[in-house]
Design a binder for this molecule. Structure first.
Ligand SMILES: Cc1cc2nc3c(=O)[nH]c(=O)nc-3n(C[C@H](O)[C@H](O)[C@H](O)COP(=O)(O)O)c2cc1C
Length: 307
């Protein structure tokens, strides 16, 4: 093997120097992590999901720890698209890492407006559609659990943007492959999975949910890793666009498992709260593994699960 292994991968129009990025909602607006390390080292940066109007998020209690996991109802707290563009986006002018903006809406029109608003902004490299938002017009059902709604959303946003488009899939469906295929057909450049599962934790003395009046929350962290890996493997078999894997990744070894299982890139969420350097550690660990295994390029490992 000559020199360092090639960790780079392509997602749509983007070239990522390595496959590691934070997961939306666990890395703030990016700048919060500059105190820990140089953000130029990441494969990509994804910010918290941005909505058309600012959102204050859920009432307390918003989070609770569960065995090997995190149960949370944050409620998409964010500053809204206009403040994001004015106050958060300029920070990225001095950073070279590709920037992926996660967007969420309560109607197809809101997603389209967000995509249009960001389309001509040169510093935004890609959009990740968080389709786990409730569609208010259709009675609050999540876009990502209804194939027709997913199809309409993906097609309409595709027509509204030239940016690389990633669709983030929900695991709360009977067959996630259908949603991956719809995304590919609708012009997505990649899919990312999984968003949190839905969970409930009860305080048996008060008989109340540990998340108070939110009752349920998103379950994330190592508890969901085998399930997330299974879905990545399943989805990668049926589509040709890259799969970005997430769900409980807490080490380079976990990341490599996802890559062998079919992920072209990976996202780390909850573990950033335990170790803010975890993304860096994963990049270093992946490189060391490739050197040790005498593998020249990461892309040759993608989906290479032996039977
Ligand atoms: C505190 C918290 C906030 C999150 N906020 C968002 C969000 O705004 N948008 C989104 O698409 N996913 C959000 N997620 C889901 C993560 O991006 C990720 O898909 C999920 O947590 C699984 O990865 P993990 O097990 O590594 O945390 C959030 C997760 C957590 C724990």
């Amino acid at each position: 093997m000559n020199g360092s292994p090639d960790l780079s991968i392509r997602i749509g129009k983007l070239r990522l120097k390595n496959p590691v990025m934070p997961a939306s909602g666990t890395f703030g607006y990016g700048m919060e992590y500059e105190q820990f390390f140089d953000l130029n080292k990441l494969g990509a940066i994804i910010v918290k999901t941005i909505t058309l109007r600012p959102r204050l998020g859920s009432y307390p209690h918003r989070s609770t720890e569960v065995p090997s996991g995190f149960l949370g109802s944050i409620g998409l707290q964010n500053v809204g698209i206009e403040r994001f563009i004015q106050e958060k986006l300029p920070y990225f002018e001095n950073i070279e890492t590709p920037l992926i903006v996660s967007i969420g809406g309560e109607s197809v029109e809101e997603y389209v407006k967000l995509a249009e608003r960001l389309n001509h902004h040169p510093r935004v490299d890609a959009l990740e559609l968080n389709i786990s938002c409730p569609n208010v017009k259709k009675g609050g059902i999540h876009f990502g659990v209804d194939p027709e709604m997913t199809k309409e959303l993906v097609n309409r946003v595709r027509n509204a943007t030239d940016k690389t488009m990633i669709v983030k899939l929900s695991p709360m469906v009977a067959d996630i492959r259908i949603f991956a295929e719809i995304s590919q057909k609708g012009g997505a450049d990649a899919v990312s999975l999984i968003n949190g599962l839905v969970g409930l934790a009860i305080d048996i003395k008060t008989r109340r949910s540990k998340l108070g009046r939110n009752i349920t929350g998103g379950l994330a962290g190592p508890a969901i890793k085998p399930f997330a890996l299974y879905l990545v493997w399943r989805v990668n078999k049926v589509i040709d666009i890259p799969v970005i894997g997430s769900g409980g990744i807490s080490s380079a070894e976990d990341a490599i498992e996802f890559i062998i299982g079919g992920a072209s890139a990976i996202q780390i969420g909850t573990y950033n709260f335990i170790n803010p350097w975890i993304t860096l550690k994963a990049i270093g660990g992946i490189e060391a593994f490739l050197i040790q295994q005498r593998v020249n390029s990461l892309s040759s490992l993608i989906g290479k699960l032996e039977n």
